[in-house]
Design a protein around this ligand. Structure first.
Ligand SMILES: *[C@@H]1O[C@H](CO)[C@@H](O)[C@H](O)[C@H]1NC(C)=O
Ligand SMILES: *[C@@H]1O[C@H](CO)[C@@H](O)[C@H](O)[C@H]1NC(C)=O
Ligand SMILES: *[C@@H]1O[C@H](CO)[C@@H](O)[C@H](O)[C@H]1NC(C)=O
Ligand SMILES: *[C@@H]1O[C@H](CO)[C@@H](O)[C@H](O)[C@H]1NC(C)=O
Ligand SMILES: *[C@@H]1O[C@H](CO)[C@@H](O)[C@H](O)[C@H]1NC(C)=O
Ligand SMILES: *[C@@H]1O[C@H](CO)[C@@H](O)[C@H](O)[C@H]1NC(C)=O
Ligand SMILES: *[C@@H]1O[C@H](CO)[C@@H](O)[C@H](O)[C@H]1NC(C)=O
Ligand SMILES: CC(=O)N[C@H]1CO[C@H](CO)[C@@H](O)[C@@H]1O
Length: 501
């Protein structure tokens, strides 16, 4: 009793509360320091000590009169006195303490503007006073309540959709939630996304660490998601992301919008997991496992076979090689689709078992994309979000990527994202073709301003280059597939639970 109370009193409340230091000052007036936590703890400790002494004394049978200067009857008397006059006020003290704790819960802005120049670094500007759990190679996350939070729950306030510094967070003990707070039961996922939940790559990046956490924590699905972008609330995931989340976690995600909540009242969560670093910190092994889980769950959801590609052979017994041209419309689309199709068709026709599929990412349903990727060994596509689908192919499948003019010099490191995804999801990125031709820029070619012109540029072709490239990749894939067929090693035969749930 005394111990837990002193823990409560000595634990620091939410970091960097500017008012915190004022509180004790107000209370020092008057001799009756009913509210002073120190004295309160002292009293409790004294009570407990006396109680213990009393018990020790009563265990001594009989207590030698001379061994102690305090006779046992005195202790009993003293104890009764305390009980009567002071210790019975325990409840009163306790509820006063709880009231104080409730009042001292300090909300801080979800978006910390002091870090706006390095929004993604370190603690990030989202919940900047908090530290993440990070074991080597594992996903970085925060969990409430936890040892690190000293048993405190996460509470949120505000529904701003334009400025995250108007929404706020705090930690509170379950016994001392802020006044009028609503407690939400079950597991809540709180996501921070620096970009958005519509773009399939940025959306997946935000959801990805939750999948990793889920896999390592008994595959318990969340009751609700709370989506933030720069601390601003978001209420929707794009269709592609929503369906993959539904497939992975076994149920349509419920996205909490707090429409029912009063703006200045807190909502606290029985159990919350916060992610703000995407897949950062995860080892390649962990990432591959996580992609494996999403791939498998997506196939189950879309009723696609879990056999893997090894089972797919043509009438003559050659392994079928699925080559897919995944086209875009608008920015970074191909200038001459039919010519590119013709080149790849020609090479495909030369390889036994090769089957070319041409598809447009914009008019495939999500399950059509899942299905298409499950029969693709070589994905050929311009740089763009549709390439995120690559992880839905079997492991060890190949990717060929096209870029418009000017990207290598100007587009920055982000242009290699599909090289990274390939590596993280156990695919093989087999090179990129960069169009030497494109729209003219009025500035020197390496002027940053040219990027706005090159960004949405269309992509041409080089018949010689594409032909050789396709031939090389096809031959490599064919050799690998023949070997796998002989070894029968690569069949991914999973159970519908995908090793989770
Ligand atoms: C809590 O709710 C009551 C009743 O709705 C209201 O009178 C009171 O002002 C609220 N207190 C706070 C701190 O919001
Ligand atoms: C998968 O099959 C089940 C049962 O046959 C069906 O109810 C479900 O709608 C199918 N799902 C998709 C995405 O086709
Ligand atoms: C595509 O390229 C071929 C060969 O260069 C050319 O004959 C054809 O006109 C082009 N089509 C378009 C739409 O540019
Ligand atoms: C898909 O979109 C492309 C280009 O937008 C169009 O040419 C094609 O006919 C569409 N296919 C279907 C099945 O709607
Ligand atoms: C096309 O690719 C071939 C082989 O890489 C190269 O030699 C040739 O210069 C390229 N043609 C153009 C027009 O870039
Ligand atoms: C197939 O088996 C051979 C010999 O056992 C081995 O060296 C090779 O790595 C295997 N290949 C694959 C793709 O499993
Ligand atoms: C992928 O390729 C590697 C190296 O060749 C091989 O060891 C591994 O078994 C393959 N994985 C699958 C799932 O085919
Ligand atoms: C018996 C005893 O120690 N009673 C104490 C109870 O608390 C008041 C002040 O809070 C003391 O003045 C009493 O001595």
């Amino acid at each position: 009793m005394a111990k837990s109370s002193s823990e409560l009193a000595s634990s620091r409340l939410t970091n960097s509360s500017p008012n915190k230091t004022n509180v004790p000052k107000q209370r020092t007036v008057g001799a009756f320091t009913f509210y002073s936590p120190k004295l309160f703890i002292l009293l409790l400790a004294t009570c407990a000590a006396l109680f213990t002494l009393f018990h020790i004394q009563s265990l001594h049978t009989p207590p030698p009169e001379s061994s102690s200067s305090i006779p046992p009857w005195f202790l009993v008397h003293q104890w009764n006195n305390y009980k009567a006059s002071n210790c019975t006020q325990d409840q009163l003290h306790r509820s006063a303490m709880v009231k104080k704790l409730k009042q001292s819960v300090t909300f801080l802005p979800l978006k910390d503007l002091r870090y706006s120049d390095r929004a993604l670094q370190g603690h990030t500007w989202f919940m900047s006073s908090m530290y993440d759990n990070h074991e080597d190679g594992e996903v970085q996350y925060q969990q409430f309540p936890s040892e690190r939070s000293k048993g405190r729950l996460l509470c949120l306030k505000g529904r701003d959709t334009h400025d995250g510094s108007w929404n706020s967070y705090a930690l509170a003990w379950p016994e001392a939630l802020p006044l009028n707070a609503t407690l939400m039961k079950g597991l809540t996922f709180v996501s921070y996304n620096h970009y958005n939940y519509d773009n399939i790559w940025h959306g997946l990046s935000a959801v990805f660490p939750f999948v990793a956490w889920y896999k390592r924590n008994g595959c318990i699905s969340p009751e609700r998601w709370i989506l933030y972008h720069w601390g601003e609330l978001r209420f929707k995931m794009g269709t592609w992301l929503r369906i993959l989340v539904e497939a992975t976690f076994g149920g349509s995600p419920y996205i909490e919008g707090f429409e029912w909540a009063n703006n200045d009242e807190a909502v606290c969560f029985e159990k919350a997991v916060v992610m703000r670093h995407n897949e950062g910190g995860m080892s390649r092994e962990r990432r591959m496992e996580t992609y494996d889980l999403i791939r498998c769950k997506a196939r189950v959801y879309c009723n696609v076979s879990l056999q893997g590609r090894i089972a797919d052979v043509d009438q003559q017994g050659f392994p079928v090689i699925g080559m897919t041209l995944l086209m875009r419309t608008g920015p970074r689309s191909l200038k001459n689709e039919s010519m590119v199709i013709h080149i790849f068709e020609k090479e495909c026709a030369k390889v036994k078992g090769c089957r070319l599929i041409v598809a447009h990412s914009n008019n495939l349903t999500v399950c059509e994309q899942v299905k298409l990727m499950s029969i693709t060994d070589i994905l050929v596509s311009p740089h763009g979000a549709q390439l995120t689908n690559m992880f839905l192919m079997d492991r060890n499948s190949s990717v060929m990527e096209f870029f418009p003019k000017g990207w290598l010099k100007l587009a920055g490191v982000g242009q290699f994202v599909y090289h990274w995804i390939a590596s993280w999801s156990a695919m093989r990125h087999q090179g990129a073709w960069r169009d030497p031709d494109g729209d003219d820029c009025p500035y020197p070619e390496d002027d940053r301003r040219c990027m706005s012109i090159y960004k949405g540029g269309k992509i041409g072709f080089n018949e010689t280059y594409f032909g050789e490239w396709a031939r090389n990749v096809l031959n490599e894939v064919k050799a690998r597939k023949l070997e796998e067929l002989a070894n029968r090693t690569a069949a991914i035969v999973s159970t519908p639970t995908c090793g989770c749930g």
